[in-house]
Design a protein around this ligand. Sequence first.
Ligand code: GCO
Length: 455
Amino acid sequence: MSFAKDFMWGAAASAYQVEGAWSEDGRGPSIWDICCQEGGHVYENHTGDVACDHYHRFREDVELMKEIGLNAYRFSISWSRLLPEGTGNVNEAGVRFYNDLINALLDNGIEPYVTLFHWDLPYALYQRGGWMNPEIVEWFGAYTKLVAERFSDRVTHFFTLNEPQCFIGLGFLSGTHAPWLCSPLRDTFAMAHNALKAHGRAVQMLRTYGKRPLEIGYAPTCSAACPEKETPEDIEAARRMMFSLPEDLRNWTWNVAWWSDPVLLGRYPEEGLERFAPYLPKITDEDMRQIAEPVDVYAQNIYNGKCVRMGADGKPELVKRYIGFPRTANGWPITPESLYWGPKFLYERYRKPFYITENGLSCHDTVSLDGRVHDPNRIDFLARYLSQLKRAAGEVDLRGYFQWSLMDNFEWEKGYSERFGLIFLDYRTQKRILKDSASWYREVIRSNGETLREA
Ligand code: GCO
């Protein structure tokens, strides 16, 4: 099997994780700025105040993207860099930064893919209720209108939200992400519904104010369900597990269907409407119409998956991982088949052209005596996963793949302790070093995946 001739090979990053310049040139604070600066939650109290200083070094970084041979770069816009209070006054210096970044990408033949929201909610809006306040739908709409007016003459590809499972689930259920809250269940369902409505409002604004035909998508995340054996029974068991809802309500956000059925199918899953009924906000037909504003593509961040077989009772059951199962530096399981079964099941259900918007791993990367960064584990991981994705290319309308991440960066509550990049960052000097995996990835891109083994 081969990837399509126009398949996009990219890498991804996000504003708070790489830009730094947290209060420079008029940028307003986000909840991550405030919640990190107060200390007490992030590894060694790291913050994104400086991060990779991408705000000042983006031209060098675009040169490195070109050296790697990327033909796409997925980045997010800092809402509070454009609108310091989240609404109202526009920070023209912020607009200038993103215009310069977009122009540098296009000048180097790299297609910009913009994520509108990658978790860095303007703190001023958080103070006004944030995702709990239904007004956020229009706040996000107005922000999107500004982005469309200023950038859609050159940017064609937009993803509205990155991983609502995380910014609601980790921020407000487990409390392991900013603003570190363990909110009442009903609040988290209300926030989730507002977030999905905000997604729909953003689609409407991009359609109305876009300056060219746009390709609009959405980037949730999942742990893909993979059959233990490729038998009809185990495949059916995995398919059912893939779209099931968690039993444990305190972990309810970790699912696919509650977040994607409304966007792609126009309805919440029946099972959830029944089980979650005591905690749900008022849901109107107008809400569902807005949430289901048609998108052009669907996407998913997939790092790993779970192994599933059909139980003797006719119900899907998880297969326990064997002792010594391979894991990445941050302990995530290595499951290459998740990049076949995930896209396969998601495409089967939602029938939209599909992107992998994030995939990659953290490694214990260091600079070796020869001054280079050898990361054989990343090369092996990517070779295995991309071979599986290539297998999916025969069944799924695959449009592109974004490696997480372009460069080592601020890994949320883990601070700078995890290294996911194709580019090594020496944070003392901001020196960038292309890792061996960057050179390996360049050959994969040049061959459009032909150098990859058949899965
Ligand atoms: C996510 C986020 C990224 C993370 C990456 C590694 O998927 O959690 O989109 O911002 O940094 O996935 O955890």
